[in-house]
Ligand binder design. Structure first.
Ligand code: PRT
Ligand code: MG
Length: 218
């Protein structure tokens, strides 16, 4: 019985590697050097599939993978249906924030109850956030380069992930409202959890021990 783990290239793959290592699993090919989308590991019964970060929940939901690693942002936007979420891996951490152009008076606009035009890839998270605040917004869905929206007049504000803040600074944007801490979680297919229970439980437990060990050293 093979276990299939869905990961996205980049920070999630990189930061999941040490957790896999702690579980005795080594990915034997480098995703940055191969065009393969299915990567073998040192274990015959474990393989990794590479998918877009936003596709990880979908793969796991429909059983294309037994488990995967996805950001809280991606999971909220997906909705999480059919997914068991046993563990916060505390990797790929960042925050979800509202940012505006240097010269835009965000607090003033909120105080006056103005309608604010907000561009974002994260429409569900943004909708919930502004509804909780009681702020009226017109949401504009984008698929990338959100930073450009306030600079071109497309929107007054953006909702985006911030980690170092360098991207905002380079585009003369100001972070006015960090509102959600983001990290990546382990997600597991509900049916697989029953059918491949022993192997999946063993993997989840090894990940949990590795996360606890990392937390105690930082
Ligand atoms: O990049 P691609 O379009 O292929 O896919 P993706 O952006 O969905 O994947 P990836 O690998 O970039 O992100 C995967 C997950 O990493 C996200 O779902 C988040 O949970 C998490 N994560 C952690 C981040 C960041 N930190 C982050 N800084 N995801 C994106 N960013 C981007 C952010 O959107 C902004 O453009 O980096 C920029 C800001 O970074 P700073 O350091 O300049 O503030
Ligand atoms: Mg990215």
């Amino acid at each position: 019985m093979t276990i299939t783990l869905a990961l996205s290239k980049g920070r999630i793959f990189e930061e999941t590697l040490p957790l896999l290592a702690a579980a005795g699993i080594a990915v034997t090919e480098d995703p940055e050097k191969t065009r393969k989308l299915i990567l073998p590991t040192n274990r015959d019964d474990v393989r990794v599939v590479l998918v877009r970060a936003t596709d990880v929940p979908t793969y796991v939901q429909y059983g294309g993978a037994d488990l995967g690693v996805a950001g809280r942002d991606v999971l909220i936007e997906h909705g999480g249906e059919g997914l068991f979420q046993p563990l916060d891996l505390q990797i790929a951490t960042c925050r979800m924030s509202v940012a505006v152009r240097d010269d835009f008076d965000y607090d003033g606009a909120v105080r006056q109850g103005s309608r604010i035009r907000v561009a974002t890839k994260y429409t569900e998270i943004a909708r919930q956030h502004f509804a909780d605040k009681g702020v009226h917004v017109d949401l504009i869905k984008l698929y990338g380069s959100m930073e450009l929206a306030p600079l071109t007049g497309l929107a007054d504000a953006i909702v985006d992930l911030v980690s170092t803040g360098k991207t905002l600074a380079a585009n003369r944007l100001r972070e006015v409202e960090p509102f959600m801490q983001i990290s990546s979680r382990l997600v597991v297919n509900q049916a697989a959890l029953k059918l491949k229970s022993a192997k999946l439980r063993e993997l989840i437990d090894a990940f949990a021990r590795a996360v606890a060990a990392q937390a105690s050293t930082t």
